[in-house]
Design a protein around this ligand. Structure first.
Ligand SMILES: NC(=O)c1ccc[n+]([C@@H]2O[C@H](COP(=O)([O-])OP(=O)(O)OC[C@H]3O[C@@H](n4cnc5c(N)ncnc54)[C@H](OP(=O)(O)O)[C@@H]3O)[C@@H](O)[C@H]2O)c1
Length: 251
């Protein structure tokens, strides 16, 4: 059985990834901070799909949490074939008005954690000549809007490079760039989402299916849905200053 390690597996996009991967017969390592929630997801996946699920409680903003997850990725007895760097959160307020300690936490979770885990995965997978990494970024990567979009742009940039660099050893790297997805994300950060039009919302299971389809096709960037493909293309073709001004007017 192929084995996948998914961070942030208890809610939203990560939970949809583990559900879809288990249905396809993947054994799993599931990572998040809340042990009881992890155990309940693991029990459901084992019962419904008969797959092997390891639970790893880890706060990926801590050195210990990162080391534990990296250790699972470099295991030779239980090798991981697919890493999904998905765990993420944000908080309200624009950079320059926020507490810089909160900025540190966000940077650790959205940049430092995927970097460490991708490092561990690429080293282990290179030795085995195969594997895949999905880095959950965002369409926010294509428009300058504070630190969150800057972190996601960093992840897209590194993923695009790694996609080419590691193709020769049979490793596929993808940056998944969804638009707004109905999950716990906005509620957890206390964001007011009342002004976001309905057409902008995506469903997490569809996002995950699109990502896995694009992975099979070997695409470096996956942008689920036609509407967000168009928006992302426009934001990459339009003059940078114009895009920044439009982004500033948005929520
Ligand atoms: N929702 C959207 O509109 C949207 C759009 C584009 C991109 N994204 C990206 O998609 C990814 C998943 O977001 P989501 O919307 O599915 O969020 P979500 O529903 O809030 O789920 C977040 C998951 O990450 C885990 N997590 C949070 N902080 C963690 C930490 N410090 N260490 C380990 N695990 C942690 C949470 O579990 P615990 O709390 O138990 O740790 C939970 O399982 C994120 O990278 C986000 O930036 C989301």
């Amino acid at each position: 059985m192929p084995r996948a390690l998914v961070t942030g597996a208890t809610a939203g996009i990560g939970h949809c990834f583990v559900t879809e991967l288990a249905a396809r017969g993947h054994d799993l390592v599931i990572v998040a901070r809340d042990t009881s929630r992890l155990e309940s997801v693991a029990a459901e996946l084992r019962e419904r799909h008969g797959v092997d699920v390891d639970v790893l409680t880890a706060d990926l903003t801590t050195a210990d949490g990162l080391a534990a997850a990296a250790g699972a990725l470099t295991s030779t007895s239980r090798p991981v074939d697919l890493l999904v760097n998905n765990a993420g959160s944000s908080f309200p307020g624009w950079f320059g008005t926020t507490d810089v300690a909160d900025e540190d936490d966000q940077l650790d979770l959205l940049v430092r954690a995927p970097m460490h885990l991708m490092d561990a995965a690429l080293k282990a997978m290179s030795g085995r000549h195969g594997g895949a990494v999905i880095n959950v970024a965002s369409v926010a990567a294509f428009t300058p809007r504070g630190t969150y979009s800057a972190h996601k742009a960093w992840l897209v940039n590194l993923s695009q490079w790694a996609h080419l660099q590691y193709a020769d050893v049979g490793i596929t790297v993808q940056a998944l760039c969804p638009g707004f997805v109905r999950t716990e994300f906005h509620q957890r950060m206390g964001a007011d989402i009342s002004g976001i039009p309905r057409w902008m919302w995506l469903k997490a299971p569809k996002v995950v299916k699109a990502s896995l389809k694009d992975l099979e096709r070997g695409r470096a960037i996956s942008i689920p849905s036609v509407r967000y493909k168009i928006l992302a293309t426009l934001s990459r073709l339009a003059p940078a200053g114009f895009v920044a001004r439009v982004a500033k007017r948005g929520r």
